[in-house]
Design a protein around this ligand. Structure first.
Ligand SMILES: C[S@@+](CC[C@H](N)C(=O)[O-])C[C@H]1O[C@@H](n2cnc3c(N)ncnc32)[C@H](O)[C@@H]1O
Length: 241
């Protein structure tokens, strides 16, 4: 599959730059994490991996749920995000880049549950990343932003989304797992002003630093953007082997 996000280094920098602000700008990701945990079918897991764990949205939801677990490996390519992840006897935090084979090689465990929320849209090669995820555990539950996120922004600025379509993501999972199920969720986040709306994109880390509009283009986009909300589309994936 074509990589739609060649600038992954920008993504990590962007998350690291805003890691401290992340928790106050991540309403949508927090909602997505909650909905993902609500989908889990079992009430106990032995070993869980959280791919692109950030500041621990999934861990927070897990400990506030009825689900128990013995250990959780929190994996992220941003050291700053890992530093903000909650610590506990059950949690191991580890640097991990889902674009690198050395990161997958460093994982010696098999997990009975592999989770990932709001992170895999930044894979450089989703097909490859997903094939690797299938090796570290037979059950995957995840939520991935699709190219319809910020749809009207991209249309207004006449640029294409840097992330994969829902169909591309589904095809990639279908290639690596025997059983797959998908659900699309759409969200809208409303703002009082355009300034706040565009500021949110920057601070949430959702833009991934891929915006290449110059000052004039950004001004034009802010003037012509017709909505008072941002649009998000997330594909929820259940995949098993
Ligand atoms: C939008 S945040 C989501 C964090 C968390 N899962 C949540 O639901 O709030 C995306 C996370 O993916 C991480 N990330 C981006 N590219 C990555 C990569 N190549 N490997 C590992 N983590 C990555 C970022 O550092 C960031 O913590």
């Amino acid at each position: 599959m074509n990589t739609k996000n060649p600038n992954n280094q920008n993504v990590i920098k962007e998350f690291s730059r805003f890691s401290k602000d992340y928790n106050s700008y991540n309403q949508i990701q927090a909602q997505v994490a909650k909905q993902l945990i609500d989908k889990l079918p079992r009430d106990h897991y032995t070993a869980i991996a959280d791919i692109g764990c950030g500041t621990g949205a999934l861990y927070d939801r897990l400990i506030n749920s009825e689900i128990s677990f013995e250990r959780l490996m929190a994996l992220d390519a941003s050291e700053q995000m890992l530093l903000l992840h909650p610590r506990s006897k059950k949690v191991i935090t580890q640097y991990f880049d889902f674009n690198k084979s050395s990161s997958f090689a460093s994982i010696k465990d098999k997990f009975d549950l592999v989770l990932s929320s709001s992170a895999l849209q930044w894979s450089k090669d989703l097909d490859w990343t997903i094939s690797q995820l299938a090796h570290i555990g037979d059950n995957f539950y995840g939520a991935i932003f699709t190219s319809n996120t910020f749809k009207t922004i991209h249309e207004t600025a006449s640029v294409s989304s840097p992330i994969c379509t829902a169909d591309d993501i589904k095809e990639a999972f279908d290639r690596s797992y025997k059983d797959t199920q998908y659900e699309i969720y759409r969200y809208k986040l409303y703002f009082d002003s355009k300034k706040e709306l565009f500021n949110y994109i920057k601070k949430s880390g959702v833009s991934g630093g891929e915006q290449k509009l110059n000052y004039k283009q950004t001004k034009t986009l802010m003037r012509e953007y017709p909505l008072d909300c941002l649009e998000f589309e997330v594909l929820f994936v259940e995949a098993s082997n």
